[in-house]
Design a protein. Structure first.
Length: 223
């Protein structure tokens, strides 16, 4: 076996992606007066996994008896390993590859007040430059000319990448919404120029029932 032999890399640890994120959305049966204490509890409970930022969103408008929390966790290790450590498994039936689910077994997740949770993870060479609803100018390139989008202003959807690419080498692309066109198109991040404008594309798509079931806007249970 020589240094140039690919098999010489077997057993070596896989380099961590420079950008790693585990995101969580939690719904807790608690009062606004308990929000600060619960925020600190969630931060402390997740701190062993990495750097934690907890966003307390107050009562959830679709289910006001629940407090809504959004959490950004930069894991010390890989994002999938962190998800597994938190008790999540990948949802193989999900539309998006970054959707995970936590088996319902009657146990407590982070705090007894938490009734519902959604989570996902992302790993790439860098953080996504754009977020859903950003209006961007499409640069002129061979690919954007082929799509007929060179010079057009479009609205970006959620950031995506190729999951079969090494996490440390992943780059972002976006499904973009084109005015007057029903079908969306995929455009690489490198072919986008920010305009500084942002529009609301999607409304709230989920709520949680009082028994902890995550619901779609139609009132049907997700999953």
């Amino acid at each position: 076996m020589t240094p140039d032999d690919p098999s010489s890399d077997e057993g070596k640890p896989v380099p961590l992606a420079p950008y790693r994120l585990v995101w969580l959305a939690l719904w807790a049966e608690a009062t606004p007066q308990e929000e600060a204490e619960l925020t600190e509890h969630l931060r402390t409970a997740l701190a062993p996994h990495g750097t934690v930022v907890v966003h307390a969103r107050g009562p959830f408008h679709r289910t006001p008896e629940m407090l809504h929390f959004e959490i950004d966790l930069t894991p010390d290790g890989s994002a999938p390993d962190c998800m597994h450590a938190l008790g999540f498994t990948r949802n193989n039936d999900a539309t998006w590859n970054d959707e995970w689910e936590r088996p319902v077994n009657g146990g407590v997740f982070l705090h007894p007040a938490v009734y519902g949770a959604l989570a996902g993870e992302m790993e790439a060479a860098a953080a996504p430059r754009f977020e859903t609803g950003d209006v961007v100018l499409v640069r002129d390139s061979a690919e954007t000319r082929r799509l007929g989008l060179a010079g057009a202003e479009v609205t970006v959807g959620p950031p995506e990448y190729e999951y079969d690419t090494d996490p440390a080498r992943r780059t972002w692309h976006y499904s973009v919404l084109v005015e007057g066109q029903e079908e969306s198109e995929n455009v690489d991040e490198a072919d986008m120029e920010p305009t500084g404008r942002h529009v609301q594309v999607y409304g709230e798509r989920t709520s949680v029932s009082t028994d902890g079931v995550v619901m779609s806007p139609s009132g049907e249970a997700d999953g």
